[in-house]
Unconditional design. Structure first.
Lengths: 289, 280
């Protein structure tokens, strides 16, 4: 499902003394199958953008297109239900939203709420659990008896059981240990490829953005500061550093090394493998300093 | 620095009600006065249970914990908590006051500190975490990192000798994380605080004096950051990670660049490459 935002503005508490512009002039195209990473400081407007992706917020100016649906200000926006069924959002710390007595009931709540039969919803619950790497034996357990990592997976399964076309992930791995982080990110990536989803990842991790995304959008003070492929975005790392943003560890290391050795490598490398080869070659030739 | 234990755990076991496995099993180690100890381990390795035992939110089923010379028992727990301040993971769950000032004063009020002294202590602690300009701000105006610094000020106001960070930076963005760690580092250097940081941020652990690796409720390994990170693949098998400089150092070695040891910071590694491989 294609999504596009064109010249979107959103003001919180519009027409009151507390009015505040959260985002303005935001235009982003997300064709089907895109993996997009949304990056920026806390308060840069990322979460506001995210809430437009399934019409939790309606823009105060501009247009949001989600599939066939056009969402604009100053008009009655109907059939948002359908949009919300197609766009699954995994919020930050989604395990805080678990509420049912058993894992199964929690996972089937979403699909059934959208009119899926109980039988079908239960089948989806099993499928979704498998996708997040959990066994069926936990279906009858209370979600509150699970470990933090398992709770996170159950909450994600609840979103996957909706069979969304678009997955919006808001810092999905915050608070997990390194292995858990890696497993969850790989799981989303596999799903993204297999189901030809559109995936929008809100993250602070430049590593994840560089590794998984096709497109990166950088937000600053409510505006889109920069967009492009990871290679384009990270090819001028000093610009990002100036904006107070991080760059991937590999890129940061390359910058430090280039400075110390007073050399410039031919390009910016985004993986340890490539950078180490380039450095080995450089040192093998002998650096003149 | 002479090593003087400020906390000792001796054969500590703990099991949650209704669970088959031990959350902690036969854990024995000392924590020394003035050190920065990082306790690392995967989710469910027993790190957070340990934090709860250290300040008496839970008591061991077996074994003994001694804090500042006192055995940790239900009778002593209030005296011990005066020595030991804790900062938890979620910045929003530990803000109790309606303003920054009230929040920091909360613990002091509980202890019945006279008002004049309270005002001074609140100001002093907020200065130490660089939040003195936010005295009358409400919590929702603060960033995550700022909230955690206020939480630390609340702990400092009670002048503890030990501070425990229970994944205190894991919900923060990179900038917030750095703010908090910098504040704690300064405090440790100035006040001879003992810092126990429970974390899975390996870059943070690399800067500790000592690391304890937990696995399945037991102490798996104990050592300096150099010793721990030379475990390499073993750490990854435990669900952990290694710092970036160690990772890329390894890749360099595989590509035939000769490096005599592990480098825990990028600066050290860059300097090594500069001195031994290109300096003419």
């Amino acid at each position: 499902m294609d999504i596009s935002l064109s010249q979107v503005e959103y003001r919180y508490q519009a027409n009151t003394p507390f009015e505040r512009i959260a985002i303005q002039d935001v235009s982003i195209d997300i064709p089907t199958g895109t993996y997009l990473a949304l990056i920026g400081h806390t308060g840069s407007g990322k979460s506001t953008v995210l809430q437009h992706l399934n019409a939790l917020l309606v823009p105060t100016e501009g247009t949001v297109k989600i599939g066939e649906h056009e969402i604009k200000s100053h008009q009655k926006n109907k059939n948002l239900r359908e949009v919300r069924q197609k766009v699954g959002i995994v919020f930050q710390f989604p395990e805080h939203q678990l509420f049912e007595e058993t894992v199964e009931k929690d996972i089937i709540f979403g699909p059934m709420n959208f009119g899926v039969s109980e039988k079908e919803a239960k089948a989806r619950a099993r499928e979704a659990l498998k996708q997040v790497g959990l066994g069926e034996e936990i279906l009858e357990k209370s979600p509150f008896d699970l470990s933090g990592g398992q709770m996170r997976r159950v909450a994600i399964a609840g979103v996957l059981a909706m069979n969304p076309d678009v997955l919006v992930l808001d810092e999905p791995t915050a608070g997990l240990d390194p292995r858990g982080r890696n497993e969850i990110m790989e799981m989303f990536y596999t799903l993204h490829k297999k189901r030809n989803l559109s995936t929008i990842l809100v993250t602070h991790s430049m590593e994840d953005a560089a590794k998984y995304a096709d497109q990166i959008v950088i937000m600053q003070r409510g505006r889109v500061m920069k967009k492009g492929t990871p290679t384009e975005i990270f090819s001028s790392p000093s610009e990002l550093v100036k904006m107070g943003l991080d760059v991937p560890e590999v890129v940061r290391f390359q910058m430090k090394l280039e400075q110390k050795l007073s050399v410039k490598l031919d390009k910016v490398y985004l993986s340890i493998e490539e950078l180490s080869s380039a450095v080995a070659e450089l040192l093998g030739r002998g650096v003149r300093t | 620095m002479t090593k003087k234990p400020i906390i000792s755990l001796n054969d500590v076991c703990f099991q949650y009600d209704g669970q088959d496995n031990y959350a902690l099993h036969s854990v024995t180690f000392d924590i020394y006065e003035g050190e920065w100890l990082a306790i690392v381990g995967h989710n469910g390795s027993g790190k957070s249970t340990m934090a709860k035992l250290l300040n008496g939110l839970q008591f061991p089923n077996q074994g003994k914990i001694t804090v500042c010379g006192l055995p940790l028992t239900e009778e002593n727990v209030w005296d011990i908590r005066k020595q030991l301040g804790m900062v938890f993971q979620n910045p929003d769950n530990q803000f109790v006051g309606t303003t920054v000032e009230d929040d920091v004063a909360f613990g002091l009020e509980n202890m019945g500190i006279p008002r004049e002294e309270m005002v001074l202590r609140v100001q002093d602690s907020l200065k130490k975490v660089k939040m003195e300009q936010f005295l009358y701000q409400e919590p929702h105006h603060l960033s995550g990192g700022q909230k955690q610094r206020v939480a630390i000020a609340g702990v400092l106001a009670l002048s503890p000798s030990i501070i425990i960070l229970d994944e205190a930076t894991s919900m923060l963005d990179p900038r917030g994380r750095e703010e908090v760690l910098e504040v704690v580092r300064d405090l440790k250097n100035e006040n001879r605080l003992t810092v126990i940081s429970i974390t899975h941020d390996l870059e943070e652990a690399a800067k500790a004096d000592r690391i304890i690796v937990m696995n399945k409720g037991e102490v798996y390994r104990e050592g300096t950051p150099e010793e721990i990170f030379s475990m390499d693949e073993e750490l990854i098998k435990l669900g952990l990670d290694i710092p970036f400089s160690v990772k890329i150092g390894k890749a360099f070695r595989q590509k035939g660049i000769d490096l005599p040891k592990h480098y825990l910071t990028e600066e050290e590694l860059v300097t090594e490459l500069w001195t031994s491989h290109s300096h003419k």
